[in-house]
Ligand binder design. Structure first.
Ligand SMILES: Cc1cc2nc3c(=O)[nH]c(=O)nc-3n(C[C@H](O)[C@H](O)[C@H](O)COP(=O)(O)OP(=O)(O)OC[C@H]3O[C@@H](n4cnc5c(N)ncnc54)[C@H](O)[C@@H]3O)c2cc1C
Length: 490
């Protein structure tokens, strides 16, 4: 409830009906899963407790959002609705459109407050970073001192089974029930984060050295602005340190704040180009003809049975914990998109279900980036053997998640097929790593290098690209650019 503008402004204005609507239709969408619902219920119960401490009740209603709003507005004669401007998926966008039409027809005000650095109806990407910094430096909304609530009954929350959400292997860790976002942030800024930059890519080290705030951010239990300002505060304090400790912390805070900006930068992409969720960002890649059905290879990738130990360990760990670091996510996608030549759409849906921190704006943009379909990013094909050697040299992570390889000597842990007598039940590689990588690379570059593809890439960059890199490459000719924008429809 800290830095929650709609709640603070509404509570200041008078009597309110604090409402959470649980929409069964949303929970029937293919990108949401059992583990998301477990998190939601957990965070909702914490929110209910916070309201109780304010001697007020959070009202929970279950059903279609418009039907519920219609009935509550008429029953309590409500004049104004306050909420955050939601930037989520196609379902929530369509829902909000319907509600916007209804409030307009019924003379109800709907105030949608900005909730992070994402700007609604952004006209142009130039200068976005300045807008982001301005927003992050604005005053944080305090928790309202008093809340005068209207009395209304709550509905009972459905069980996961009621919503057809099947158990998906997620096992909450020890801290799940107790750790509040402020405590997670504090431990990162004061203790865990000192070697953030160096350790963020190691699968075991990153569990501690990364902030681990993504699920909290995705569910809104802490605002990006709060995190940004607390980091600034701590960075100031740490200026008094000396030597390598000081340098480490400065590097950590800089990298961390950069990533907080990326968070909003990626969601802004989806906000400005809705089709990122379902269409190749660059249309030239429609010609790639990757596999879209659930093939045997795809299923083995899903289960972590590809025969590449590092890929399999990452997937199995993700299935069980709901989290894995950035590089490992990128490698999982790269392996599916390039080595197995699977279309990013089924891959992204499967991973969306597994990531506890699923955030459509980041997710689809990143999956497309790691699949080579944006047209504006460098193509990166991760070699899983090299990644394993660099980030899990002793194979400790592999042995933790792929127990079949327990007896394989360290020298062969990333290439166990070289000791077939010790393989046991563990599968042989499902593809030839090098051959599949080279083939994928040549197919992608053939399209990327087409002159027409490069022109279209300029228009894409203009609409959604980061302004901190490649500006000169893409804006060599402003005149040519204007013509291209007209030609290229998003
Ligand atoms: C294919 C793929 C899919 C991804 N899907 C998601 C997703 O659905 N939800 C999600 O929150 N992140 C996603 N990420 C980005 C990133 O992997 C996670 O944000 C990060 O691993 C979360 O752990 P953390 O909170 O400890 O991160 P930290 O390293 O501590 O970073 C702090 C915060 O910065 C933001 N952030 C960090 N890295 C990135 C990034 N590369 N792009 C955008 N924001 C970033 C996140 O909000 C994160 O919580 C994806 C990355 C890839 C490659």
């Amino acid at each position: 409830m800290l830095d929650h503008e709609p709640l603070s402004v509404a509570a200041e204005a008078g009597q309110i009906l604090p409402l959470y609507i649980l929409e069964p239709c949303l929970w029937n969408q293919p990108d949401v899963s059992y583990r998301h619902y477990i998190h939601l219920r957990h965070y909702l119960s914490q929110l209910e407790a916070m309201f109780e401490r304010k001697r007020c009740k959070l009202i929970i209603k279950v059903g279609d959002a418009l039907t519920i709003l219609r009935s509550l507005v008429s029953k309590h004669n409500i004049e104004r609705i306050y909420s955050h401007h939601e930037t989520w998926n196609k379902f929530t966008r369509n829902r909000d459109k319907t509600i916007r039409e209804w409030v307009a027809e019924n003379s109800v005000d709907w105030i949608e407050c900005q909730q992070n650095g994402v700007v609604k109806n952004l006209k142009c990407r130039d200068g976005w970073s300045t807008l982001w910094h301005n927003y992050m430096r604005k005053k944080i909304y305090e928790v309202p001192k008093k809340i005068h609530g209207i009395s209304e009954d709550s509905d009972k929350l459905p069980s996961p089974q009621d919503l057809n959400l099947e158990f998906d292997g997620f096992k909450p860790n020890r801290d799940f029930g107790t750790t509040e976002p402020e405590i997670v942030l504090k431990s990162f800024l004061h203790e865990r984060g000192e070697n953030y930059q160096r350790e963020m890519s190691g699968p075991l080290l990153s569990e501690k050295s990364c902030s681990r705030l993504s699920t909290h951010i995705a569910y809104g239990t802490i605002s990006i602005r709060t995190i940004f300002q607390k980091t600034e505060e701590q960075a100031q304090k740490n200026k008094g340190l000396f030597g390598s400790t000081k340098r480490n912390w400065q590097a950590s805070y800089n990298s961390f704040q950069k990533r907080l900006r990326w968070h909003c930068h990626f969601i802004q992409k989806l906000e400005d180009l809705k089709s990122i969720e379902w269409k190749n960002i660059h249309p030239v890649y429609n010609k790639l003809k990757r596999e879209t059905s659930h093939s045997k290879n795809f299923e083995r990738w899903m289960r972590g049975e590809t025969g590449f130990p590092f890929v399999d360990a990452c997937m199995r760990s993700l299935i069980s914990t709901g989290w894995i670091n950035f590089r490992m996510r990128a490698m999982l996608v790269s392996f599916a998109s390039y080595n197995l030549w699977i279309d990013w759409r089924p891959t992204s849906l499967y991973l969306a279900n597994l990531f506890s921190d699923y955030e459509p704006g980041i997710h689809y943009s990143q999956v497309q980036m790691q699949s080579g379909t944006t047209g504006i990013n460098t193509i990166r094909i991760y070699n899983p053997i090299k990644q394993g050697l660099e980030h899990d040299p002793q194979g400790k992570f592999i042995k933790k998640w792929v127990p079949e390889l327990r007896d394989i000597p360290v020298a062969n842990i990333h290439t166990p097929w070289e000791t077939p007598e010790l393989l046991g039940n563990y599968p042989k590689p499902i593809v030839d790593e090098k051959r599949s990588r080279v083939s994928a690379s040549s197919r992608i570059y053939e399209l990327k290098n087409l002159k027409t593809a490069r022109y279209q890439a300029e228009a894409i960059w203009k609409k959604i690209g980061s302004r901190r890199t490649s500006e000169n490459d893409y804006l060599k000719s402003k005149k040519k650019h204007a013509v291209l924008q007209k030609e290229f429809e998003f």
